[in-house]
Design a protein around this ligand. Sequence first.
Ligand code: TYD
Length: 134
Amino acid sequence: MTIAKWINFSSIDDSRGSLIAIEANKTIPFEIKRIYYLYGNKDNVTRGMHAHKNLTQVIISISGSCKISLDNGHTKENVLLKNPDRGILVENFIWREMSDFSANCVLLVLASELYDESDYIRDYNLFKKFVEHD
Ligand code: TYD
């Protein structure tokens, strides 16, 4: 089973350039309650390093590129985020780590819930305990 679930967006291209529109419950499979973006990432940093109990996200590199590692506790998959016309769906109980950011990388994140620190699992061993019976 593949962990990385891509969502491809249609881009509207004309002589001026390209436009992508993302609509909640249509282009992506949830109501978007929160949007955030990561940029200005320093060399050799790793971000993420957590999973969520009840949060679905779509992560899109709208500029530049980075690596994302997705881990369901049994299998790990590394993928490159580099295209503004596709995003990766990251569901709950997936440990994610982002690294290898290009200097111009801007990661746009669409989230199904508001920010809630109590929804985070930031300890990998605890994460393994949550998923060990899956
Ligand atoms: P953090 O979870 O460490 O970011 P990442 O997983 O991308 O490495 O978040 C950094 C800080 O920002 C942390 O103090 C929590 C805060 N934060 C918010 O206040 N709201 C949010 O929506 C997010 C994603 C983070």
